[in-house]
Design a protein around this ligand. Structure first.
Ligand SMILES: [Zn+2]
Length: 260
């Protein structure tokens, strides 16, 4: 079987190879769970639990669409304080699906620095929709998300249908993907300076200009994939949008975007 490349392998018994599990006397149920985890090549954590959006509906929807790639072992935490936990470093990719807009300094400095350290050291980061507005008073977080929600520009088209143009067919994430129509919020209020590679764009009906709908960047050694789509469950149900999130997450976790 594949040797696990998951960072957590050394410290998490249930991720050990199924061939040695019986030695520990685990129950068959645990063995099955271990088998499922052992098949995975990357450990992914969706961080949610606070957002003006309906995260209680969208987080399970996002988990379901990511786990269609069986290489991804996807967990969810609804506790933003977990960002301060040393275990954060055990994951291959962190999917930021929250926005503490009302409490931008909670969790505090230790959590924000731990998140920055994990990504700088090589953990991938995926930014979903309003997560670009989390920790909005922290300039370093703005770099970590590549482009951040700019309160001065308050920005998105009213919810509705629009076309997402795949603009980079060379990048492995969007290789072979076609432009598509979705029903969502089109964010035009993201700003920032870090170099990014834009993979997809859409044109705002407000100002007639095009804005990135998917882009990649680096934060230290970490790979960043930022997709501002995902206002509600319906938005995630657009198959191509789901494909973007799934491929982007695999890529951020260090895998090929599509299983080979
Ligand atoms: Zn929204």
């Amino acid at each position: 079987m594949d040797t696990l490349r998951i960072k957590a392998v050394a410290g998490v018994p249930f991720l050990l190879s199924a061939s040695v599990l019986w030695v520990g006397g685990l129950t068959s149920r645990n063995t099955l769970a271990a088998d499922a985890a052992a098949e995975a090549l990357a450990r992914v954590l969706i961080v949610t639990g606070e957002d003006p959006h309906n995260w209680r509906e969208t987080a399970p929807a996002l988990k379901a669409l990511l786990t269609k790639d069986r290489r991804l072992h996807v967990e969810v935490t609804e506790d933003l304080e977990f960002l301060a936990d040393p275990k954060l470093h055990d994951y291959d990719a962190l999917v930021l699906h929250f926005s503490n807009w009302e409490h931008p300094n909670q969790p505090g400095k230790a959590a924000q620095e731990n998140l920055q350290k994990a990504v700088a050291n090589g953990t991938g980061v995926v930014v979903v929709h309003f997560a670009s507005a989390a920790f909005r008073e922290n300039p370093e977080f703005r770099k970590l998300v590549g482009r951040a929600w700019d309160a001065e520009r308050f920005g998105h088209d009213p919810g509705g249908k629009f076309r997402v143009e795949i603009t980079d067919v060379e990048h492995p994430i969007t290789d072979g993907m076609e432009s598509f129509e979705t029903e969502d919020e089109l964010y035009y209020g993201l700003t920032g300076k870090p170099p990014i590679t834009v993979l997809a764009k859409a044109r705002s009906k407000i100002d007639g200009k095009e804005y990135p709908m998917a882009f990649v960047y680096n934060y230290g050694k970490g790979r960043g994939f930022h997709c501002p789509l995902g206002h509600n469950v319906k938005a995630f149900e657009t198959p191509a949008a789901g494909e973007l999130f799934r491929r982007g997450t695999a890529w951020a976790a260090g895998l090929s975007p599509v299983p080979k």
